[in-house]
Design a protein around this ligand. Sequence first.
Ligand code: PEP
Ligand code: MN
Length: 339
Amino acid sequence: MIVVMKPGATKEQVQHVIDLVHDYGLKDHPIYGTDRTVVACIGDKRSVDKGAIENAPMVEKIVPILAPYKMASLEVKKEVTQIAIGPGQFKIGGTKVGIIAGPCAVESAEQIATVAASVKEAGCVGLRGGAYKPRTSPYSFQGMGLDGLKILAQAREETGLAVVTEVIGLEQVDAVAEYSDVLQIGARNMQHYPLLEAVGKTNKPVLLKRGMSATLDEFLLAAEYIINAGNPNVILCERGVRTYEKYVRNTLPLSVIPALRDRTHLPIVIDPSHGTGHAYMVPSMCLAAVAAGADGLIVECHPDPEHAASDGAQSITPQVLTELMDKLRRVAQAVDRDL
Ligand code: PEP
Ligand code: MN
């Protein structure tokens, strides 16, 4: 971080800033120009209240230099982190792109058994499905809870797929960690810090979704929070952001893939289902995401989307998924990956 002084700042005013910098446990490195003075600050700035320094007399602005997150940043680790998931220990972040598919919500044992068999058959590595559902309206279906988790665990027994399911409350963390392989933190909970801390204390990988209005820095700081709590296995998931557009449910910014790759070593998964809201758009966005370098996809797939309890409009059928996998493999190979 660099403190830029206004032109004409006196020696005393610069010294005052240097004293403040010391108070925050940082080292100062002042650079005296002809026109103005800047004070470079060296050390860990995460606990520094930038506003307090900005308030000092004759300070013009504070310019951050290093990313505010550390553990999640490329500054601490250059190679992409590989995170092994489920019974097959498939490595998300490795050469192969991991495809996770399944319904928005667990609705019944039959529904999950049917879809899990298709998802496995199609060549996916993970099964998704919410047992606890954060809904836009509190009057919508809230999920099957513990029974849903047991149904997912049964499907893992039968297929060997890694189970990815959402945890929406602190009181569910233990149960979700017991029955599933990857704990999903939903977009609405990205900044629910006690929940991030709780999943950070488990030994299961976490799939962290970006909040629908969160900046990349906020997203990475949330990931950092989980890592700091003790869990280094954080998978980042882009699921679209809220814009004024009406032709999609959310706008899916695939440019986050290169942007994140430039800032973090954590693996990147794209959710084109919530990212578009429409089943017909999902295959194209899956292909584009893999072409752009995604390490994985999480896709909503339902055997009977017309009767889905939630998110039917954005759920593809097992048949579409199967056809898509073949194309995805070819796109992956074109960018030196595979499925
Ligand atoms: C989901 O995955 O079904 C879900 C609720 O996602 P999001 O948190 O991205 O809205
Ligand atoms: Mn959904």
